[in-house]
Design a protein around this ligand. Structure first.
Ligand code: YH5
Length: 276
């Protein structure tokens, strides 16, 4: 499997690490706009040095209970950081957004991938992604960030997430997105109980069998907090175990905060692959 944006090729024979770069106001010390950009670029540089292939830049806080971000605010957070990273570093850039305008401007600024937790369902997003012509990541979510963790409910979580993602892929392909440019994400923590999350994680192989690369985002999520009774700072080992399960089941992109540690896991698994 490969991804291409027309200029570059990303070979997904072995999994790749996507480093998370938050550019929400709470993720920066207070020092004005320029300091924010400098901080973001230096964090991106660090993650690339640690072995990240993709940097995922997001300006909307989508943690459970988070409130909506205005368009101009999101543009002002995200676009200057993409411009700066594009100028100073050599990596794939993905933009974590649901807003059509942010997608369009981000790709104009050099973003290589559109990563949308709402799977291009917001107004204008599908058209913006078609016109942008870059790979897109479609994620499953039940409900909306503000309320999604209140009462997650499924008859069969694996079947329902699969149906949703197949539906959205078809809509995207019919609208003009190339099938080779579609990435699927099971949406860990987005309207799912502990049980739902682990059932989905264990079905990664089944989702890979749909024929699209799977992106897995479990890093530091509350599924480990709940299981292990740990706050956000105590979830590294759980997250690495989760990443390992995903990679063993064939997931192609692992979205993480802790790049260096996850790259170690990836290298161990790659070594094992050489015997198979
Ligand atoms: C994702 O899964 N997630 S933003 C809560 C946490 C830790 C992390 C309570 N964007 C995903 O990272 N894009 C986000 O602990 C995403 N897949 C894709 N494709 C939320 C996040 C987080 C939330």
């Amino acid at each position: 499997m490969i991804l291409t944006n027309g200029k570059k090729i990303l070979n997904l024979e072995h999994p790749k690490i996507m480093g998370i770069l938050n550019v929400t106001p709470d993720s920066f010390s207070d020092g004005g706009q320029y300091a924010h950009i400098e901080q973001a670029v230096s964090r991106a540089k660090e993650m690339i040095e640690q072995g990240a292939t993709i940097i995922d830049i997001g300006g909307e806080s989508t943690r459970p209970g988070a409130s909506d971000v205005l368009l101009n605010e999101e543009l002002e957070r995200v676009i200057p950081v993409i411009d700066a990273i594009k100028k100073e570093l050599d990596c794939w850039i993905s933009v974590d957004t649901s807003k059509a305008e942010v997608m369009t401007e981000a790709v104009q600024s050099g973003a290589d991938i559109i990563n949308d937790i709402r799977a291009l369902r917001e107004e204008g997003a599908l058209k913006a992604a078609v016109d942008a012509g870059v790979p897109v990541c479609l994620m499953h979510m039940q409900g909306q960030p503000r309320s999604m963790q209140t009462a997650p409910d499924y008859q069969d979580v694996v079947a329902e997430v699969k149906t949703f993602l197949m539906d959205r892929s078809k809509t995207c392909i019919d609208a003009g997105i190339k099938a080779e440019n579609i990435i699927l994400d099971l949406g860990f923590g987005f309207g799912k109980s502990l049980q739902h999350n682990f059932e989905l994680l264990n079905a990664t192989q089944e989702f890979m069998a749909l024929g699209f690369p799977v992106l897995t985002g479990v890093s530091r999520k509350s599924m480990f907090g709940q299981l292990l009774n740990r706050d956000i700072n105590g979830r590294l080992a759980g997250s690495l175990a989760g990443a390992m399960i995903a990679m063993q089941q064939g997931s192609k992109i692992i979205r993480v905060h802790d790049v260096a540690e996850t790259v170690d896991v990836m290298k161990v698994l790659k070594q094992i692959d050489t015997f198979n």
